[in-house]
Design a protein around this ligand. Sequence first.
Ligand code: PMT
Length: 222
Amino acid sequence: DVEQQLAGKRVLITAGPTREPLDPVRYLTNRSSGKMGYAIAEAAAAMGAEVVLVSGPTQLSVSDHIKRVDIETAEQMLSAVTSEVENCDIFIAAAAVADYRLKEVATKKMKKQGSGLHLELEQNPDILATTSIANPDLFTVGFAAETNDVIEYATGKLKRKQLNMIVANQVGINKGFDKDSNQVDILTADGEHITLPEMNKKQLAFDILDIICQTYHKEKPH
Ligand code: PMT
């Protein structure tokens, strides 16, 4: 039996990639199967939480008692998160959000041109930073997906996005994305650093939530 450490808590989770359209038939996206975020959603529900999962397009399904909100673009993810975050205790951002979108989306299929194609991109909102800064009482957990200098970049994101915790994973060919297993380091705002061994994402989800619960109760003893 799973200990009901999250009973009475409302947990909001983002998972999967976002898709930024170029025209009616093409899009820009990030690598993410959604496995990590979905595993966290299932584990949080098993630990007694009321779970809302805001998800980009994935091949995965979730249990009936998890509320799933499907979105495609980063802007849609931000508006879904903003409307679901009220009354939430914990926000975990496992989604691989596209940092850029097309400045202008073509309404008709773009035709091939001999001279190559130039796309003008503009920045997407940062869903995690926006939500964390707007909700100082929310316990916020980010992920950091890096190919190099993982801990250094993750520490920067923890501070800049004003998070309580960040889960750092190295990504690359056959690492982090898509696979059933993952290896992470967890950094907290208090300066704790926990290195977990590589394990199945379903087990890892429980380990990450255990550490979130310990840190959460340390900060909010009641
Ligand atoms: O889905 P899987 O195939 O199982 O793979 C899991 C994973 C590698 C995608 C996952 O473990 C992971 O690392 N997710 C975060 C991926 C990412 O985009 O990281 P980042 O370092 O670019 O972003 C930092 C944090 O800010 C993340 O929590 C991200 O969700 C958030 N973010 C980023 C950009 C943006 N515009 N809005 C955000 O909310």
